[in-house]
Design a protein around this ligand. Structure first.
Ligand code: AMP
Length: 431
């Protein structure tokens, strides 16, 4: 199938072919026709599937079709809401790139930067606005945006917006929009809350799903390396060095931990930068640019900061710590293996994280292969103090008791540690 056969305007086809796309991805093939028809859409799609072009191309096409020639004043006709600044910036880049041969204008607003330059741009009039919910409401309060004539609304990564606590902001935005509009709703996972919101918003939507819900992309190989908590940093340096990895995205649960790890890696001689919500927008953009250009080898990120990062051909993602919310694992490893490339996701798992691992395996409906790296065998005498789990999968379950193990020896060929959940930490061949 080609972009031409989907019926997109010549200006859009020119832009995508200059970008080097030879054919539409699966989600683009499925999403573009119903959106062109004006239908609402419910899309189950992970990052890396090409979903941004999947909604942006038909959105721009429709704005052109319904455009009134000679209308002198511009107003916001399409709004794309995203959870994070980085994703907003990247979606805005896509809108600009795909729409470069069309007489439409776009702009982006997000927090963490000055509001006045955004106001000046908005005053000139924009057709497409990309926004994070909080900053959009700041503009609403200052009366610098008018959403009353909106034609198309896109909620991108809706699950993440809810996870980040934006539901009230989203509802406030929704109250400002006209009833009659086209709504496109994207989410990688479908909790009860997400389904409820989608039901309220969408009218007989086209349902499309790429990659099974909550599943992890097949082209990403996944592995767990059991290791003691105190030796994770050493193991990470060893893996990066011995495999000569040049571009690695590493996930940490906390901002403080991300900073500390980046510093420690740097002192091990591995250039690293941290990216998280406490950093200024400038620092985040710089760290990302340095990483993309290969100036730093490792980018240590928290879940929120990493959301929406689009780094072409990122080969390695490491979970230095497993996420508290199982769904975040799917998002994290979606950073690798993008747009058809092979990717490798590995998790350094200490005994405290066994329950988090179980929750992840339940969510993705498969067991992740496990391999102990020689020299980094877990010390079986260490007792677990389980990490508090916030997963929606089993939010209210009682806490797990402590685990005792009899096996104290390092480097045994038998189980290095076993726990109540029955996870057997024997050395296993990588699938
Ligand atoms: P997304 O899921 O929208 O974040 O897109 C993931 C990556 O796929 C981005 O780097 C896009 O530039 C790229 N991409 C999108 N559509 C195509 C296509 N049809 N062919 C090749 N790459 C694409």
């Amino acid at each position: 199938m080609s972009f031409e056969s989907l019926g997109l305007r010549a200006e859009l086809i020119r832009a995508v072919s200059e970008k080097g796309y030879s054919e539409p991805t699966k989600i683009q093939q499925q999403a573009i026709p119903p959106v062109l028809e004006g239908r609402d859409l419910m899309g189950g799609a992970q990052t890396g599937t090409g979903k941004t072009a999947g909604f942006t191309l038909p959105l721009l096409h429709r704005l052109m079709s319904s455009r009134k020639e000679g209308s002198d004043r511009r107003y916001i006709r399409a709004l794309i809401l995203t959870p994070t600044r980085e994703l907003a910036a990247q979606v805005a880049d896509s809108v600009e790139t795909y729409g470069q041969y069309l007489p439409l204008t776009s702009s982006v607003v997000f927090g963490g930067v000055k509001i006045n330059p955004q106001i000046q741009k908005l005053r000139k009039g924009v057709d497409v606005l990309v926004a994070t919910p909080g900053r959009l409401l700041d503009h609403v309060n200052q009366k610098t945006v008018d959403l009353s004539r909106l034609e198309i609304l896109v909620l991108d990564e809706a699950d993440r917006m809810l996870d980040m606590g934006f539901i009230r902001d989203i509802r406030r935005v929704l109250a400002l929009l006209p009833k009659q509009k086209q709504t496109l709703f994207f989410s990688a996972t479908f909790s009860t809350d997400i389904k409820k919101l989608a039901n309220e918003l969408l009218h007989t939507p086209a349902l499309i799903e790429v990659a099974q819900q909550n599943s992890t992309a097949e082209r990403i190989s996944q592995i767990v390396h059991p290791v003691d908590k105190t030796r994770k940093r050493e193991l990470l340096s060893y893996l990066i060095g011995s495999n000569n990895w040049q571009q690695v995205l590493v996930f940490n649960r906390t901002k403080h931990g991300a900073d500390r790890l980046a510093k420690q890696l740097s002192s091990d001689g591995i250039s690293a930068a941290a990216i998280h919500g406490n950093k200024s927008q400038g620092a985040r953009t710089r760290a990302l640019a340095d990483f993309k250009m290969g100036k730093v080898r490792v980018l240590v990120a928290t879940d929120i900061a990493a959301r929406g990062l689009d780094i072409d051909q990122l080969p390695h993602v490491v979970n230095f710590e497993l996420p508290n919310v199982a769904e975040d694992y799917v998002h994290r490893i979606g950073r690798t293996g993008r747009a058809g490339n092979e990717g490798e996701a590995m998790s350094l798992v200490c005994i405290d994280e066994i329950k988090l691992l179980k929750d992840i395996e339940r969510l993705i409906k498969r067991e992740i292969s496990s391999e102990i790296i020689p020299g980094y065998e877990p010390d079986a005498s260490i007792k677990a103090s389980p990490v508090k789990n916030n997963s929606r999968v089993d939010f209210n379950r009682p806490k797990q008791g402590r685990v005792k193990s009899k096996n104290k020896q390092h480097g045994k060929s038998g189980p290095a540690f076993q726990n109540k959940d029955g996870i057997n930490r024997t050395r296993r061949k990588v699938a």
